[in-house]
Design a protein around this ligand. Structure first.
Ligand code: PLP
Length: 429
């Protein structure tokens, strides 16, 4: 029985595996490349959904983890002081941009958002939350309720009262002749209208991804979150920035995605890249919010010594090697190469830094074309490049390579991608 058949026999049917009947088993990685069980090596432009943020087999990370495991006391729950955890919290608090910040560690992004929602609802004594359509915030009870994708959410069973804001779609805005200023005005009107009509006025928080990840790297104009916050502040509503995909310099111009918006969130949630493959997430927020929460108990594994050791090594690496700067430079190479393309099926190239989305449509329309998208996706793999898929209609390819990407790798991936788009364009035009 193949590994895929065994997987299908024991995992729930909805577990996503790329490439269907031709699923890959990745057995090792080095730098920005992974090798599958058949021995074929691929350039990885998705890094396990932006998870292996600084690449595979990085000596500094492996050594830090090995040292921690080598102490023999690899994990004692969080009942005792954990030096690695305190040190990581100090660094994250310092770099968060939030004055007098406190940090709470979890094992995942879902738990980080779950904790942030728990904190916001407790502090504000309200279970009303605003979320953005097309968002993804996780797979737990509350985070699914604020996830604006039917296929990922179960909001009918929500413990929260959730109201939805439109996701600013710049592609369709552009096509309708709307500029960024118009989109911000429309978004603020939408927020005011939602607050005045369908909420009871005592909303706890707005949760938003600075760039919607699973939603297909959709992002509103710079300044949008700041414009929202002006309105939110009138009623004391908190802003939660979900930086699970956008944090740690990935967006190139900024360390955090929220920094493109002239705003400081009350709570920031993080996960994925900070562990570079080890399970680590958390919430950083103002002491005023974090300390006001009734005790939510500890997390047995959240910020455990092994994950915290990885997190410290990752964050040091990101800062010491200016990976934010590298994300900006490599992102520009990819963005310039992709934006120069003119193919009927390719409607939009968007994102920032090393977070780039390509949206595919039926030529001459704004109608999503998931089939053309899958074709490009498969052709990329044939050419030796792994990329991600996403978007509400499955018609967006997502590029999120490790922030250590080298220029020749950026150009190599770009060439494979361009060939794939050109071939698919002749087939789907
Ligand atoms: N928030 C965002 C923006 C995400 O992209 C994800 C995962 O893809 C999550 C939260 C959930 O994180 P996790 O899968 O670690 O629970």
């Amino acid at each position: 029985m193949s590994l895929l058949d065994r997987h299908r026999a024991v995992m729930p049917s909805w577990m996503p595996v790329y490439y269907g009947d031709d699923a890959l088993e990745i057995v090792s990685g080095s730098g920005r490349r992974v090798t599958d069980a058949s021995g074929r090596t691929y350039l990885d432009f998705f890094g396990g959904v932006l998870t292996t943020m600084i690449g595979y087999d990085v000596a500094e990370i492996s050594d830090a983890v090995r040292r921690q495991v080598g102490t023999g006391v690899a994990h004692t729950s969080t009942l005792y002081l954990i030096r690695q955890q305190v040190e990581l919290a100090e660094k994250i608090a310092r770099i968060s941009g939030i004055p007098d910040a406190r940090v709470f560690f979890t094992n995942s992004g879902s738990e980080a958002n779950e904790s942030a929602l728990l904190m916001a609802t407790n502090v504000r004594r309200s279970h009303q939350i605003l979320a953005i359509k097309n968002s993804y915030h996780g797979r737990t009870f509350a985070t699914m309720a604020v996830t604006g994708h039917r296929s990922w959410s179960s909001s009918a069973l929500s413990p929260l009262s959730v109201n939805w804001l439109a996701s600013a779609d710049r592609l369709r805005g552009r096509m309708a002749g709307l500029g960024d200023g118009d989109l911000i005005d429309a978004a603020v009107d939408d927020l005011r209208e939602v607050l005045a009509t369908v909420t009871a006025g005592d909303v706890a928080a707005l949760i938003a991804e600075p760039i919607q990840g699973v939603g297909g790297f959709v992002h509103g104009p710079d300044g949008l979150l700041g414009a929202y916050q002006k309105v939110l502040a009138e009623s004391g509503i908190l802003l939660i920035a979900d930086e699970v995909q956008t944090g740690w310099g990935r967006t190139g111009d900024h360390f955090w995605g929220y920094q493109a918006h002239g705003v400081t969130p009350d709570l920031i949630t993080f996960a994925k890249g900070i562990g570079n493959g080890f399970a680590l997430g958390g919430v950083v927020g103002s002491a005023a919010v974090m300390n006001a929460v009734p005790a939510i108990s500890f997390s047995t594994f959240g910020g455990n010594p092994v994950s915290a050791a990885a997190g410290n090594a990752v964050l040091d690496y990101v800062l010491d090697h200016d990976l934010q700067g590298n994300a900006r430079r490599m992102g520009s190479i990819l963005m310039e190469g992709l934006r120069a393309l003119s193919y009927d099926i390719l409607a939009d190239v968007r994102g920032r830094g090393l977070m780039i989305g390509l949206e595919f449509v039926r030529p001459g329309t704004t109608e999503p074309d998931p089939a053309a998208t899958v074709r490009v996706f498969d052709l990329c793999r044939e050419g030796g490049l792994l990329v991600g898929k996403g978007g509400l209609h499955g018609n967006v390819l997502r590029l999120g390579p490790a922030l250590t990407l080298a220029e020749e790798e950026a150009r190599e991936g770009l060439a494979i991608l361009i060939d794939a788009i050109a071939t698919a364009d002749t087939e789907f035009r």
